[in-house]
Design a binder for this molecule. Structure first.
Ligand code: NAD
Length: 493
């Protein structure tokens, strides 16, 4: 089996109860290659009746799947891992065409997604909840985790190959049914992953795909047959989804936007810190919730560090993600490119020093693409918009600070708390940072605080609404409810 990587592609389809179906609701949108402007495909939006059909199929499947032996439940996941690996290059190509990032970035995100499939294959051990003989006189107590029904996940455009896999493998491994609603901006890679899911041996209705936009999401959140929802996307939507799902009595976890900080102290290896900082801020064109784009530098090394950052950022090649030489691909849409340009204009208006201007980038042969080259501001003030708000583009700002205390104070005043990195050679700075950072993912001498799949991933403050995060053990808790069995069998002899 080969996946279709060469556009134009057929219209995107729902995968409901083991069948491919066209969405039957109103509305839809074209899927456009961000590097060329070429229309690749079209996605229609799902109707209420599509959602009803999927939820009912999920409920039917749940009846059997939730009581299927756990060893049997993980066999399709082992198969899916093999299929994802065998088709990783094709999936990466599809992802690059519809998203714009580079081939290496696309392949890397798929690898991080596959990691979650691998972790979920360990569910026979991870789902055990505990047993204590003689918990009370003649009484044994056992905790068990039970699946809850049909779950949904609503995912963003920026990691369309990875983020669905933060949820899907754990949902089904624990015995639930699962419905994915991917971003309508780049849904083709999800469709291709479901072409593999179709081959992996899941019973019909266990794993389903519905396409759509706001109405589809609301239809899922309001549906009585949905037990819980996972969301990843922008902060205003995350907050709205958290509130709506909770009001409807559902489990919910909602991961929002970010504004991440890097702190560089005078004892850091500055060359290493500059290289890692630039790659953290600019990877995937800055369209990452882990982009560390607010860089707080100890004043004594500020000028030296700025030079290193400019050299590193200035060397990046902008172009089509399918070209091997490209470091920075296209932004997702012309509207998003315009939004990033407005941020750059606001930085200039508010008095930041524009050290590297990426606005005039020229990518010959790709005049229809949404390109911006790395843009670097110096002398940024923490109150400027570019320092407070999520830009989601290849823009970074440098702020001089007196030392680690001021840096932590500036960082902790942010509305967001997704990730932060410290570069230092001093253990006492590292310890202070670890203890005081009001942030969910904290890295020392590493550019991007991205946990492996066997650890949970999620932020704080406006970056996260809920309590259990994506990935790893948190997902087992999210997808199951615990029951206690108390047994007493007095000796009758
Ligand atoms: P988005 O919020 O626009 O869309 C995310 C999903 O929500 C999509 O599936 C979309 O169809 C749906 N949606 C959009 N508006 C909606 C509404 N009003 N009501 C209901 N559903 C709606 O986000 P995006 O632009 O696709 O993704 C980028 C954002 O995601 C950034 O803010 C980024 O930081 C964030 N993100 C966060 C994490 C994290 O782990 N915290 C990871 C990746 C991306």
């Amino acid at each position: 089996m080969t996946l279709n990587t060469v556009p134009p592609w057929e219209d995107v389809q729902n995968y409901i109860d083991g069948e491919w179906q066209s969405p039957t609701g109103d509305g839809g949108r074209d899927i456009v290659n961000p590097a060329t402007g070429e229309t690749l495909s079209h996605v229609g939006f799902s109707s209420e009746s599509d959602i009803d059909t999927a939820v009912e199929a999920g409920q039917d499947a749940f009846e059997t799947w939730s009581t299927t032996a756990v060893e049997e439940r993980i066999q399709p996941l082992f198969e899916l891992k093999q299929l994802l690996e065998a088709h990783q290059d094709e999936l990466a190509e599809v992802l690059v065409r519809e998203h714009g990032k580079t081939r290496g970035e696309a392949s890397g995100e798929l690898r991080r997604g596959i990691e979650n499939v691998e972790v979920a294959c360990g569910i026979p051990s991870m789902m055990q909840a505990g047993h204590l003989p003689n918990a009370a006189p003649e009484i044994d107590e056992t905790a068990v985790r039970k699946p809850l029904g049909v779950f949904t996940a609503i995912t963003p455009f920026n990691f369309p190959g990875m983020i669905p896999l933060w949820f899907l493998p754990y949902a089904v491994a624990t015995g639930n049914a699962f419905i994915l609603k991917p971003s309508e901006q780049d849904p083709v890679v999800a469709q291709r992953i479901f072409e593999l899911i179709d081959q992996a041996g899941f019973p019909d209705g266990v794993v389903q795909l519905v396409h759509g936009s706001v109405d589809t999401v609301n239809g899922l959140l309001d549906h009585d047959g949905i037990a819980g929802a996972s969301f990843v996307g922008s902060t205003p939507v995350a907050k709205a989804i958290y509130e709506r799902a909770a009001k409807n009595g559902k489990r919910v976890q909602a991961q929002g936007g970010a504004k991440n900080h890097v702190i560089v102290t005078e004892t850091a290896n500055l060359d290493f810190a500059a290289q890692k900082t630039v790659s953290s801020a600019l990877a995937c064109g800055g369209e990452r919730c882990l982009a560390n784009d607010n860089i707080l530098v100890e004043a004594s090394v500020y000028d030296e560090f700025v030079e290193l950052v400019l050299e590193e950022a200035g060397s990046k090649v902008v172009g089509d993600g399918l070209d091997d030489g490209t470091d920075i691909g296209a932004l997702i849409s012309p509207e998003h490119e315009e939004r990033v340009r407005e941020f750059i204009a606001s930085g200039i208006d508010e008095g930041a020093e524009l050290l590297l201007d990426g606005r005039d980038v020229d990518v010959p042969g790709y005049e229809g693409g949404n390109f911006l080259a790395p843009t670097v501001f110096g002398d940024v003030d923490p109150d400027m918009r570019i320092a407070r708000e999520e830009i989601f583009g290849p823009v970074m700002g440098l702020l001089p600070v007196e030392g680690i205390d001021e840096a932590i104070d500036v960082m902790n005043r942010s509305d967001f708390g997704n990730a932060a990195s410290l570069f230092t050679g001093r253990g006492s700075d590292a310890r202070k940072f670890r203890h005081q950072a009001d942030v969910g993912n904290v890295a020392v001498n590493a550019g991007t605080a991205a946990p492996m799949a066997f650890f949970h991933f999620g932020g704080r403050k406006d970056s996260f609404f809920g309590d259990l995060h994506a990935q790893g053990e948190d997902m087992i808790h999210f997808y199951t409810d615990k029951t206690i069995y108390i047994e007493r069998w007095p000796d009758e002899s």
